[in-house]
Write a protein of this length. Structure first.
Length: 147
């Protein structure tokens, strides 16, 4: 079975571009499966004397992130299932590029289909890119889908 890892975020246009690419791949082959992955970055706060306030902020942000995760992943899983693609859903917390590479290795995927936002050349140098990091850190084929 040909297995593809599709790491998704909350950006609807990027997710739709990834899904379109994956469904095209699925239509061209038999025995096709998708591992959907959503990675949440860990929240980092500067030290504070007011632990209660930080705790409340962290809870609110976690609730928002969870709601985004559920909506995005549900939409993606439903669209893949409607196209008769076998799909499994996973989530991780931490560095997105590292988590993507780890999950790709864990499930021994054949390919990674990652969405990329458009950045200026200077923006890429200064801020990096999850897609760039994944390409550099894995030996698996990576298809980058711009949105």
């Amino acid at each position: 079975m040909y297995t593809v890892l599709v790491p998704i975020d909350g950006h609807e246009a990027r997710v739709n571009a990834q899904l379109e690419s994956v469904i095209d791949l699925a239509n061209a082959s038999e025995g096709f499966a998708v591992e959907l992955l959503h990675v949440r970055k860990e929240l980092e706060f500067a030290d504070s004397d007011d632990d209660v306030e930080i705790g409340e902020i962290r809870r609110d942000l976690d609730d928002d992130a969870l709601e985004e995760l559920v909506e995005t992943v549900s939409m993606a899983a439903e669209e893949l299932a409607a196209a008769d693609v076998d799909v499994s859903v996973h989530s991780a917390t931490g560095n997105p590029a590292a988590a993507i590479v780890d999950v790709a290795n864990q499930f021994d995927v054949d390919e990674i289909v990652i969405g990329a936002r458009r950045q200026s050349p200077v923006g890429k140098v200064l801020f990096g890119s999850v897609a760039q990091s994944v390409i550099l850190d894995t030996d698996r084929p990576v298809k980058v889908v711009p949105a």
